[in-house]
Write a new protein. Structure first.
Length: 167
């Protein structure tokens, strides 16, 4: 993490809407010897329970889901625009079948015992606080259902942002 500066979550100066929607991010869980990462484009940051939090959504069939379930901590890594192709690959292909770092040229590094990527411009280290499975009975807008043709509803995770790093 030589190229990174540790900052307080309150010092983030990023548009919370662009963090996931425009920029995309990698969510990663596990150790440097055994981890998986995937692209997330649905999520957010804010305040809940008087804590700085990040929210992510992962479908249960995703390989990263297994790692998030087994670990108390995870990272969210925001990469610059020039890594869109790497992010597309990491969102399209499974870590069960591919070494995503090798395939995309991104470089995994250790941060607080977790994994992030040297190419990241912003890293959030999160501690799981809560999860809940999306329940279609609670949709107020019927249009939402179109995101679930296979009825494979996401699990929402809320993590406290315990630290952050930027370049």
């Amino acid at each position: 993490m030589n190229n990174f500066n540790q900052i307080l979550p309150k010092e983030l100066n990023q548009n919370p809407f662009s963090m996931f929607h425009n920029d995309w991010a990698l969510v990663t869980a596990g150790t440097i010897d055994n981890y998986n990462t995937m692209t997330v484009s649905w999520g957010g940051v804010g305040i809940l329970w008087n804590k700085d939090v990040a929210t992510i959504y992962i479908r249960p069939q995703r390989y990263t889901y297994e790692f998030i379930e087994k670990n108390d901590l995870f990272t969210i890594s925001i990469l610059p625009e020039e890594y869109k192709n790497a992010l597309t690959f990491c969102g399209k292909f499974s870590g069960r079948d591919y070494d995503k770092a090798k395939e995309t040229g991104i470089s995994p590094i250790e941060a607080d015992g977790l994994v992030t990527f040297n190419e990241a411009r912003l890293v959030l280290v999160c501690k799981k606080l809560y999860h809940s499975d999306i329940n279609p009975e609670h949709f107020y807008d019927n249009e939402i259902e179109k995101h679930y043709p296979l009825k494979d509803y996401h699990r929402m995770y809320i993590g406290e942002i315990v630290t952050a790093y930027n370049k």
